[in-house]
Ligand binder design. Sequence first.
Ligand code: GLA
Length: 362
Amino acid sequence: MYASPGRINLIGEHTDYNGGYVLPAAIDKVTALVIKPNGLNNIRAFAIDLNDLAEIDVAVKPSKQWPRYIYGVVTEILKFGLSVEGFDCVFGGNVPLGAGLSSSAALESAFAFALNDLFKLGLTKYDLAKIGQAAEHNAVGVRCGIMDQFASIFGQKGHLIQLDCRSLDYELIPFNPEGFRVVLLDTRVKHSLALSEYNVRRAECEAGVATVKRQYPTIELLRDVTMDMLSEFKHTLPESTYRRCSYVIEENQRLLNACDALKRSDYETFGAMMYGSHEGLSFKYNVSCEELDYLVAAAQSSGVLGARMMGGGFGGCTINLISNDRYEVFLAHARESYKSEFGKEPTVYEVAIGQGARRIDV
Ligand code: GLA
C-alpha cells in the first residue's frame, strides 16, 4: 500500500513553469493505493471514489479521463527504457477534487512512487516528480510546472519547501507559526476556463521570453529576465503579455522577500506579500475570479494576516494565514457573507503539513 499527498502553496504562483521559485508543502490528505503484480500484460485499476473499473492497455490512450493518469505514469516510465509488469490496483483518497490541492499530482505521484518501489526500478525522487509532470503534459494535456509533483514526492512533515524550479535545488523551511494557523477556503467553483487558460498563460510567458531573447540571447526562461530588461520591450510586446511577464518577475522577488520574512518569523510582512501575490494574480495575470477575489477581500477586511488564491486559479481555494484569536470571527464572517453573495458557503479545510510519497506497511 502506498500514499502520496496533495499540496498547499504559500506563495510563488505560476512561477514554476517559468523556472522561478515556489513555496509549497505536502498536506495530510492523500491518494492511497493498493497494488500487486497480476502476472498478465495489462493493468486493472479500480477507482473507489468513482466506483469505476478500468482495464488499461499501455499501447492505447484511455478514452476516460481518470485512467489516463495511470496510463500516463506508466508510459513515462517506459520512456526511461524500463519495463513495468502488469498489475492490479485499487485506489482512493481524501484530497478534494477540483479545489486546487493537486489531487492529480497526488495520484500521479502515488503511482510513480509505488511502481518504482514495487518493481525496483531504481528511479530517483527527482525522476518520479518529473514522470508525474510528464504524464500531466502528455496524457492529460496540461503543460504544468513541477511544483505539485515535487511537493507530493519530496514533502516533509512540518516543513515548507522553498524550491528553485530551474535547478530543482530546494531548502526545507520549518513551519510552525506560533499563534497563527493556515486555513483554506474553497470557493466550490471551478470555472471551465481553468485548463485552457493555464496553457495560454504559459504560452504568453514563452512569447515574452522569445521577444526578450532576440536582444538578450542568453535568456532561457522568464526567471532570467529582470524588470529593467522587460521594460525595454514595453511597447513591442502586446500589453497583456507585458503584464503577464511583469507579474511573474515580481512574484519571484516577492517570494524571496517572503522567505526572508519567514526566517525572521515576521509573519506580518509574509502576510502582506501574500496579498501582493493575489493582487498580481488577479489584475496582472488574470487567473482569479469573482469568488476568489471576494474571499480574499473578506480576509483583508477581517484582519487576516495574509490571503490569496492558490494554485492554477479560476476557482478552487484561497489560502489564509490568520492569528488564532481572529480565526472564529473571520470564519463566521466569510461563511455568512459568501453565502449571501454566492448562495453557498465556502468549504473550510484545515490542513496540516504532512509527509510526501511513502509506502504504508499493513
Ligand atoms: C497548477 C500547476 C502547477 C503550478 C500552479 C500555479 O497547480 O499544476 O505546476 O503552475 O498551477 O502556480
